[in-house]
Design a protein around this ligand. Structure first.
Ligand code: UD1
Length: 418
């Protein structure tokens, strides 16, 4: 297990450069195997979820090479399509993208139910229904899904919920299907647009990504391409929220501010001292924060991934803030850890009430999932003295060089393997 030890109560100062988006890169890498030629991808974050995907690609006999400039080359002409065993599938959520990618390319995929953060039951029924609508047969053997088709034929698919994973997975399977696939009530997250642009660079014909309706005209082959992963809006949000409480001068750069509007509007409403530029944001903790209310929604609503992180900031606002979590049924585990640090929080079903301001106290806490861990990092930076965050492996799934980035800003932080 990895632990982070943070000696908090220090002012952070400086500039932080945001890495490539985890949720984009973890879809683009499996998507790359749809093509037989080499593809080059830049701005891939160096996080453990990418290491887990590399393991799957290597197991399938694909080439995964990181060049000196940091770009990743993926070569898929020698892939052996076989079952992806449970130990590899369960390392991360995004292993489910091999279902769509292998089905699209070889008309057969054998993948176990994916792993990922335990923030709810996270069914994949919509992914499977989508594959079936394209003509695939899905067989479940214990925890393994065998998905196969004689041929894939485009169809109209209405998603009951605008799911990020289902939208991307169906796109991957449909890219090489015969005819037209239309996904209605598609998710609109920027990562979906980024994946669609990557597929189009390889020769796919996808229109409407970023809207409710995505149209995919099937093609028979895909070719080599170069593609860049967009900046990680959730990593950016994490540093932005950090800045609002523990820094008198923080610049977050290499970002797309439009992707962060749900959060920046909230911060403005809370009275934060924030200046938004074309590709960077400056923020300080100079202003006292007012309490606020958030309800998590699909994009462009307030992201569930940021909910757990803003919870820590709410402990510093002048009054009672509320959170309503509408996507995942188990996404308040971080609040029990914050309570160990002295936070005043009441949880009632899918609602939480957080009363501030409170001086958090250093403690020993546990990262119960990735974004819970990120919220605890901010809490540890706020509390005087040393806070130990157990299970920090979760945090490393999604934050590139978090220790180095924070040290550069003046934090006292140690990453220890025990
Ligand atoms: C993705 C992100 C995750 C983010 C989430 C919501 C990745 C790898 N992960 O997760 O960081 O928190 O989007 O923005 O990109 N649902 C079903 N059936 C399905 C699929 C989803 O009922 O087949 C439900 C889920 O339980 C949830 C909602 O739909 O309530 C949204 O989930 P979804 O957008 O699919 O999230 P993930 O793809 O798991």
């Amino acid at each position: 297990m990895k632990i982070l030890k943070i000696d908090g109560g220090k002012n952070l100062k400086g500039t932080v450069n945001i890495s490539g988006a985890k949720n984009s890169a973890v879809a683009i890498i499996p998507a790359a195997i749809l093509c037989d030629e080499n593809v080059r991808i830049s701005n891939v974050p160096d996080i453990s979820d990418i290491d887990a995907l590399k393991e799957i690609l290597t197991y399938l006999n694909a080439k995964f090479e990181k060049k000196e400039d940091g770009d990743i080359y993926i070569g898929s002409c020698n892939i052996v399509n076989k079952e992806i065993p449970a130990n590899l599938s369960k390392k991360l959520r995004a292993s489910y993208y091999f279902m769509g990618a292998l089905l699209g390319k070889y008309k057969k995929a054998e993948v176990y139910f994916p792993g990922g953060c335990t923030i709810g039951s996270r069914p994949i029924d919509l992914h499977l229904k989508g594959f079936e609508a394209l003509g695939a047969k899905v067989t479940k053997e214990d925890d393994k899904f065998i998905i196969e088709a004689e041929e894939l034929i485009g169809n109209n698919i209405y998603l009951d919920i605008a799911s990020v994973g289902a939208t991307i997975n169906i796109m991957l399977a449909a890219v090489k299907a015969k005819g037209l696939t239309v996904i209605e009530n598609a998710a609109k997250e920027p990562e979906i647009v980024n994946v669609a642009m990557f597929l189009n660079s390889m020769g796919a014909k996808i229109r409407g990504a970023g809207t409710n309706t995505i149209k995919i005209k099937g093609v028979s082959t895909l070719k080599s391409c170069y593609h860049e992963v967009i900046p990680d809006r959730i990593e950016a949000a994490t540093y932005l929220l950090m800045g609002s409480v523990v820094s008198d001068d923080l610049t977050i750069e290499n970002i797309i501010p439009e992707h962060l509007e749900a959060l920046t509007q909230k911060l403005i409403e809370m009275g934060a001292d924030i200046k938004i530029y074309e590709d960077k944001i400056h923020i300080t903790n100079k202003n006292k924060l007012k309490p606020t209310n958030i309800k998590t929604l699909v994009y462009p609503g307030f992201p569930t991934d940021i909910q757990q992180i803003i919870a820590t900031v709410m402990t510093q606002a002048q009054g009672v803030s509320t959170i309503e979590e509408n996507l995942f049924e188990n996404r308040f585990q971080n609040l029990y850890e914050l309570q160990k640090m002295g936070a005043r929080i009441k949880i009632d079903g899918k609602k939480a009430y957080i009363k501030g301001p409170i001086k958090l106290v250093s403690s020993e806490v546990t990262a119960t999932d990735l974004r819970a861990g990120a919220g605890l990092v901010i809490a540890a930076l706020l509390a005087d003295g040393i806070t130990t965050i157990n299970n920090s492996d979760y945090i490393l799934r999604g934050y590139e060089n978090i220790q180095i980035k924070l040290e550069k800003l003046g934090a006292k932080i140690q990453l220890i393997q025990i």
